[in-house]
Design a protein around this ligand. Structure first.
Ligand code: SF4
Length: 114
C-alpha cells in the first residue's frame, strides 16, 4: 500500500461546493479508485492558497515533521480537473515543479465521484 499526500485547491474548497476535503479524495484513496494506483494511505492533506506559493514549502515541512516521504503526491480533482482552472498555474506545471523540487511522482486528480 502506498503512502500518498493530497493537495487540494483552497479557493475551490472555500467556495462551498461541498468539498472541504471531506470524503471523495479519502474514499477513493481507501478503495484504490479514481486516480489512485492502488489502495493508499493518505499521510498528508494540504490546502493550496492563492497564488500557490506555499505548496512546495508545505510539502517539505510535512516530510520533515512527519518523517514520512510520500510515494506519490496527488493534485486533487478540484485542482487538476476543474473548469475554469487555476488562474496562477496549470496542473501540469505545478506537478512538474513539485517533482523537480521533491523527486516525488505527481498524479493529476484523485477521484471521479460527483
Ligand atoms: S493558486 Fe490555484 S490551485 Fe491554488 S488555491 Fe488558488 S486557484 Fe486553487
Amino acid at each position: 500500500m502506498k503512502n500518498v499526500a493530497v493537495i487540494g485547491c483552497g479557493a475551490y474548497q472555500d467556495s462551498g461546493y461541498g468539498c472541504p476535503g471531506e470524503w471523495r479524495c479519502l474514499k477513493a484513496a481507501a478503495l484504490g479508485e479514481g486516480n489512485y494506483e492502488e489502495k493508499s494511505n493518505v499521510i498528508a492533506f494540504f490546502t493550496c492558497e492563492c497564488p500557490g506559493r506555499t505548496v512546495i514549502p508545505n510539502i517539505g515541512m510535512s516530510m520533515k515533521l512527519s518523517e514520512i516521504k510520500p510515494d506519490v503526491i496527488h493534485l486533487s480533482s478540484c485542482m487538476a480537473k476543474s473548469k475554469p482552472g487555476c488562474p496562477y498555474t496549470s496542473p501540469e506545471d505545478l506537478a512538474k515543479m513539485i517533482t523537480e523540487k521533491t523527486g516525488i511522482k505527481v498524479i493529476l486528480g484523485t477521484h471521479d465521484y460527483h
